[in-house]
Design a binder for this molecule. Structure first.
Ligand code: SAM
Length: 245
């Protein structure tokens, strides 16, 4: 069943109103018919099964036939703090991270990231990022739409993770002993994963993260590209915490 994330104000009583863009997708692209059912999610953690009954010029409408908890969410909240990378790598990580179950993305400016200060940030592509996340969440069957924030400096990202009571884990290619498995041994319910840019984290950044309580882990002897490391550390964390059973 096709699923769509919509804003809660489009749900009134047992009626759901699909705005123009969604109506176009339903009628013209997916060629659904009156009487067909779709799944509607409003980021509340609930899923609503909706029977389509009206196709207007500019909108579509349906009646809610069932409401149940939205499936598709990991028990563990995994937030991914990723350094800004070149080209479309951030978009790739947003898409794959959404499919995998990331709850929140926090892009970061670090010493060696593609921009080294918030001032250099001209066009934050938040709208585009949100569109990529929405499409990946609908395609993969997520129950909640992951959030993505404006880019922040590493130190405020660490403060944000600490204030949110996360188990903070920073992947550092120069770490030599602590493994991801060991860092997850406490079976945390909330995990903040930090991954650096193409140029990596420098030693002062790793030390700063440790001062914020982060576990500095190795991802093994091979040096992964930044976008590979971001996806791989999400996969390994969810697998280790039993989210693939
Ligand atoms: N300094 C690295 C080098 O020598 O090529 C470049 C950094 S790597 C391309 C990008 C990011 O991926 C790193 O900042 C780190 O967060 C993560 N990463 C990649 N391989 C890793 C490894 N073996 N252990 C821990 N982190 C790794």
């Amino acid at each position: 069943m096709h699923r769509f994330f919509i804003s809660p104000e489009l749900i009134s009583g047992d009626q759901v109103f699909f705005p123009t863009d969604l109506a176009h997708q339903i009628v013209r692209v997916l060629r659904l018919r009156l009487g067909d059912r779709v799944l509607v999610l409003d980021n509340s953690g609930l899923a609503r099964e909706v029977e389509l009954h009206t196709f207007g010029q500019r909108e579509a409408q349906g009646t809610i036939r069932g409401v149940y908890p939205a499936a598709g969410e990991p028990r563990t909240q995994v937030d991914l703090y990723l350094a800004l990378m070149k080209g479309k790598k951030v978009e790739l990580v947003l898409q794959k991270g959404t499919e995998l179950g990331v709850a929140r993305f926090v892009p970061m400016v670090t010493r060696r990231s593609v921009v080294s200060s918030l001032r250099d940030l001209n066009d934050v592509r938040l709208d585009r990022w949100e569109a990529i996340i929405r499409e990946a969440a609908e395609q993969s069957g997520r129950g909640i739409l992951p959030a993505v924030s404006e880019p922040v400096m590493l130190e405020s990202a660490l403060g944000d993770a600490r204030d949110g009571d996360h188990e903070i884990i920073l992947a550092w290619e120069e770490a030599d002993d602590l493994t991801l498995k060991e860092a997850l041994a406490g079976r945390p319910e909330k995990v903040a994963l930090f991954v650096g840019p193409e140029g990596g984290f420098d030693e002062t950044e790793a030390r700063l993260a440790a001062a914020y309580g982060a576990s500095i882990v190795t991802l093994g002897p091979r040096i992964l590209r930044a976008e590979t490391a971001a996806v791989a550390v999400v996969v390994a964390t969810l697998y280790e915490l039993g989210e693939w059973e």
